[in-house]
Design a protein around this ligand. Structure first.
Ligand SMILES: Nc1ncnc2c1ncn2[C@@H]1O[C@H](COP(=O)(O)OP(=O)(O)O)[C@@H](O)[C@H]1O
Ligand SMILES: Nc1ccn([C@@H]2O[C@H](COP(=O)(O)O)[C@@H](O)[C@H]2O)c(=O)n1
Length: 447
């Protein structure tokens, strides 16, 4: 029986249910320095710092005037847009991309540009009110309160604000005694009570940092284990299933078999390999294009007669899974010369075999494109394919609009992908043994 939506299997990528660590404490206590120390100790691509400064409310002209006179209270919770912060945290927790405002302390205002966060496995939320809002507290996996005595905080703050935030010493002192100090006692300090760990001396506190690192490493290990187990389970449950009707195999004509013979022959020269692979890639992209949306149209020929034909409805873009997917670029250009192309770097962890997302750059407004082709010449375990489709889904691309284009695929991998994403089409040249080692890109690029 063909796959239907009711038989959809569950898959959650490694970035689902991101662990969020909150670090609160007085201004100048070393929250930001501590956060950076944790990130650099972990030395992983998926740990991201989110500063609460990004969520300061926009000021009106009067507020801005007061801010420049050091007369605006930035140390009251009212200065923070907690609703937007909670929204963004919820998006990230759900594995979605979140647009984060960029704040300028020198201008007391948000910049026009935003920055985006997507797919962290761990997020560090740092700010004077990181443990303040009950909705935020609910989302936190670990709560830290960073401590330093008030004199230290003030002297650090003066040095930093004069050097980095465009302030003068007098203004810093005025702001400190009017707002920072009283509000620390009123709002910031009480957050100690909800903290799991109090960290005196911030970044100098090696014991505390080690504890936090161990906690994060344990969480990441558990997640990786769960992700691998999920992939394995998906494989076991789909082993005996027939291929979905969404798997569109190229017609095995004698031309195609001839090309395959040359491509698969170990003695084929590099030039011939590239020539025939490019030809085949063109056919695969053509076949994908046969399965996108067209509308009827009529054109006039040079001799004045009418031709009733078809035209693509909207834009088709492509996403190459690096580095193997680059072998499709020549074929893609032949069929769609102006196709906007994004890139994903997905690599298998050498130790665990787990696919990991390392880099992503997608065409702008990809969610509005009519069709998106994902290009990868080999589908071995299906892990990279699942991840790539999930990335597009997280960026608003509807499943029906995705066509996965591949040269070789194992049946298990095809079943895994179409069970999780039953509406995704897969264009494939040959179905081969499960878990076949990747070799196409090595032959194509000669290394
Ligand atoms: N343990 C420390 N020793 C010396 N300077 C520090 C220490 N921790 C932080 N600083 C410095 O103090 C200033 C404020 O630290 P920061 O981490 O920005 O504090 P917060 O984020 O809590 O406001 C920065 O210039 C930073 O380099
Ligand atoms: N326009 C602004 C906004 C905030 N502040 C001060 O920043 C402090 C929080 O940032 P830390 O990195 O020091 O935690 C807070 O105490 C505000 O007084 C500001 O001066 N100007």
């Amino acid at each position: 029986m063909a796959n239907t939506l009711s038989t959809r299997a569950h898959y959650s990528p490694p970035w689902a249910d991101v662990s969020i660590i909150g670090i609160a404490g007085s201004s100048g206590s070393g929250k930001s320095t501590l956060s950076h120390a944790i990130v650099s100790k972990l030395n992983l691509p998926w740990v991201v710092i989110l500063s609460m400064d990004s969520f300061y409310k926009t000021l009106d002209a009067e507020g801005s005037k007061r801010a420049f006179n050091n007369e605006y209270d930035f140390d009251s919770p009212d200065a923070i847009d907690f609703d937007v912060l909670v929204d963004r945290l919820r998006d990230l927790k759900a594995g979605r991309r979140a647009e984060i405002p960029i704040y300028s302390f020198a201008k007391h205002a948000r910049e026009i540009e935003t920055t985006s966060i997507y797919s962290p496995h761990v997020l560090i939320l740092e700010g004077i009110f990181a443990l303040y809002d009950p909705r935020v507290l609910q989302l936190l996996d670990m709560k830290i309160f960073c401590e330093a005595d008030a004199d230290t905080c003030l002297s650090r703050r003066i040095l930093r604000d004069v050097e980095e935030r465009g302030r003068d010493i007098e203004g810093c002192i005025k702001q400190w005694f009017a707002f920072v100090k009283p509000n620390f006692e009123r709002y910031v300090e009480p957050q100690r009570k909800v903290a799991d760990i109090i960290v005196p001396r911030g970044v100098e506190n090696r014991v505390a940092i080690t504890m936090v690192i161990q906690y994060i490493e344990r969480k990441l290990f558990e997640k990786s284990k769960a992700h691998r187990a999920e992939l394995k389970k998906l494989g076991q449950s789909s082993e005996d299933d027939p291929l979905s009707e969404k798997v569109l195999l190229l017609e095995q004509t004698s031309q195609l078999r001839g090309m395959n013979t040359i491509i698969q022959d170990i003695d084929t020269s590099a030039e011939d390999f590239i020539f025939y692979f490019d030809r085949l890639a063109t056919l695969l992209v053509e076949h994908a294009m046969n399965n996108i949306y067209f509308r009827e149209t009529t054109v006039v020929t040079p001799v004045g007669s009418k031709y009733h034909g078809l035209a693509a409805i909207g834009e088709t873009s492509a996403v190459v899974i690096l580095r193997a997917g680059s072998v499709f670029e020549c074929g893609l250009k032949r069929v769609l010369p102006d196709c906007r192309t994004g890139r994903l770097l997905i690599q298998s962890n050498l130790r665990t075999g787990e696919p990991e997302l390392h880099y992503l750059k997608l065409p702008e407004n990809i969610n509005t494109h009519d069709s998106v082709l994902i290009l990868d010449p080999q589908m071995s375990s299906g892990g990279a394919a699942l991840m790539a489709v999930q990335v597009l889904r997280d960026h608003g691309v509807e499943e029906e609009r995705i066509v996965f284009v591949t040269y070789f695929a194992g049946k298990l991998a095809l079943n895994r992908l179409t069970k999780v994403f039953p509406s995704v089409k897969v264009v494939v040249c040959s179905v081969v043994a499960d878990f076949e080692e990747r070799w196409i890109e090595k032959r194509y690029f000669g290394c």
